[in-house]
Write a protein that binds this ligand. Structure first.
Ligand code: PAF
Length: 283
């Protein structure tokens, strides 16, 4: 397993593999790898000849009041975990190596970025779209693996790849959860013991919404949203940002449920913001 911090040898190494007919699998991450990331790497290792994991805490996708400075960083630990999961290369460039100076170019995906995370975190998806475009350009033709945990991000990336005709197959992979249902996230590390105890309430709310859609045949999205919101315990320190029913492809918030939907939730627990989502389909 090779750890590279320069983009030029990275591109050359991948070109050499491609010249031999290899299929490249890219797993973009911001490091602090957990079982969710490792499941993406393992899937890439099953489906591709060469697996690359990028580790880059992307400043472009953090707002001024967000946790860029405190975001967990452990490149050596990430290297070891990525290697054990089947990665052949880890690309961990510095900010200067990635962009030289701050980029003058921004990639903006219109439409589905105006809802939910896009509304709460202005500019976030521009930062994601810009860095993912850069990573795809540096890596070249490949399969790229993203978790469904960041469902809106996955939808934005699918749209970006389609619109710009990137020679990339986007693979969305299931969310990995702790035994109590909490979706794995690098930001779970910020939770206090008490916050960690109540955090699975987000998944509980999604399950309540799914039961309403699938078993109780509720077709009014507003009612499903209330069911989700009301299932969050009224504990000091929990602040719900949204509990929503959206179209699974373009993320448009729905009023009536007539086919498959995506249930989305975001809440603040103390200083940590958690998001989660679940598919639901009326029976
Ligand atoms: O999901 C993440 O970790 C990041 O948003 C990504 C896709 C690596 C872009 O920085």
């Amino acid at each position: 397993m090779l750890l590279l911090d320069r983009v030029e040898p990275y591109g050359k190494a991948l070109d050499a593999h491609r010249a031999q007919g290899a299929l490249i699998g890219l797993v973009p991450t911001m490091g602090a790898l957990h079982e969710g990331h490792l499941s993406l790497i393992e899937q890439a290792a099953r489906e591709c000849d060469v697996v690359v994991v990028s580790v880059y805490v992307n400043p472009l996708q953090f707002g001024p009041a967000e946790d860029l400075a405190s975001y967990p960083r452990d490149v050596e630990g990430d290297r070891a975990k990525a290697a054990a999961a089947g990665a052949d290369y880890v690309l961990a460039p510095s900010e200067t190596e990635m962009f030289g100076v701050a980029p003058a170019t921004t990639v903006h995906v219109a439409g589905l970025t105006k809802y939910f995370e896009g509304a709460v975190r202005p500019g976030h998806f521009d930062g994601v779209a810009t860095i993912v475009t850069k990573l795809l350009a540096l890596t070249g033709p490949c399969r790229a693996y993203f978790g469904e945990k960041d469902y809106q991000q996955l939808a934005v990336i699918r749209r970006l790849v389609k619109d710009l005709s990137f020679p990339v197959e986007v693979r969305g992979c299931p969310t990995v959860r702790d035994i109590d249902g909490l979706a794995l996230s690098s930001r779970n590390a910020y939770l206090s013991a008490e916050e960690r105890r109540v955090a699975p309430a987000l998944f509980g709310a999604l399950r309540a919404g799914k039961i309403a859609v699938e078993d109780q045949h509720v077709d009014d999205a507003g009612v499903v949203e209330s069911i989700m919101a009301e299932s969050i315990p009224p504990i000091a320190g929990i602040g719900l940002d949204y509990a929503a029913v959206a179209d699974p492809d373009d993320l448009v918030p729905l009023r009536r449920i007539e086919g498959p939907v995506r249930l989305l939730i975001a809440a603040r627990l103390g200083r940590t913001r958690l998001i989660d989502n679940l598919a639901a389909r009326p029976q």
